[in-house]
Design a protein around this ligand. Structure first.
Ligand code: C5P
Length: 225
């Protein structure tokens, strides 16, 4: 049985991909399956934590008994949900793929094509960065874990993007992975590099998403001391 080294800790995890509505039937979304976030939730539960999962469109089959789930659709809803439960959390893991932009307005009725072949321009506005807001509001002793999913062509470029993100978002740990058509999103396995807040490498992990989650939680436990 796993070591119960997160016994009674409140762990909040966001998972899945947000959907930003365009009109009553359409949205802008992403390929996140929610598998890595749910693997974190299951791993934390097995290690004794009290787990709250803020879930944005998980693939089917990821339901887990013993985990409190708050379902959300958009980045704004995810922000509200995470920020309300993060206040009392010991650990926050932002594994969700949050939309960076949302449509400036949501059409009340279905957008029609005009049939003139002229195309359609969408006006998007930037969503607030939830992870950066969480780290600004971090309470003493709270550990905040962020993700950086990138399509970098080489490991060095991936790490460079990760280091820049670590500096910008000020998470305690940043889990960096490559995504694209073949890796990361949707897959059952993952390969990650874990960076500390200063951008230095603290761990590397490859294997099932559960194994990756446990490796990152080992670093969370180490940081808590
Ligand atoms: O900047 P980027 O989207 O790559 O950052 C990824 C990390 O930031 C993830 O942990 C994701 O959950 C979080 N994020 C966020 N709010 C956003 C966009 C991303 O918290 N609006």
């Amino acid at each position: 049985p796993p070591v119960r080294d997160l016994e009674s800790l409140r762990v909040v995890i966001s998972a899945g991909g947000t959907r930003e509505p365009l009109d009553p039937v359409r949205f802008l979304g992403n390929r996140s399956s929610g598998k890595q976030g749910v693997a974190f939730a299951r791993a934390a539960l097995a290690r004794g934590a009290e787990v709250t999962l803020v879930a944005a469109h998980l693939d089917p089959g990821l339901e887990t008994p013993g985990i409190r789930v708050i379902p959300v659709q958009t980045a704004s809803e995810l922000a509200l949900a995470v920020e309300s439960v993060a206040e009392l959390a010991d650990v926050v893991v932002m594994a969700a793929a949050v939309a960076d932009y949302r449509p400036a307005t949501v059409a009340e009725s279905k957008i029609k094509k005009d049939g003139q072949g002229g195309g359609l321009v969408l006006h998007l506005v930037e969503n607030p960065d939830i992870l950066a807001a969480l780290t600004r509001a971090r309470r003493p002793g709270q550990i905040i874990v962020g993700f950086a999913a990138e399509t970098a062509p080489t490991r060095d470029e991936l790490l460079e993007l990760g280091r820049a993100k670590a500096a910008r978002k000020k998470a305690d740990l940043l889990v960096v992975n490559v995504v694209g058509w073949a890796a990361g999103f949707g897959s059952d396995d993952n390969t990650v590099v874990v960076l500390a807040g200063d951008g230095s490498i603290v761990a590397e992990a490859a294997g099932t998403k559960r194994a990756v989650a446990d490796a990152v939680l080992d670093e969370v436990v180490a940081l808590r001391g």
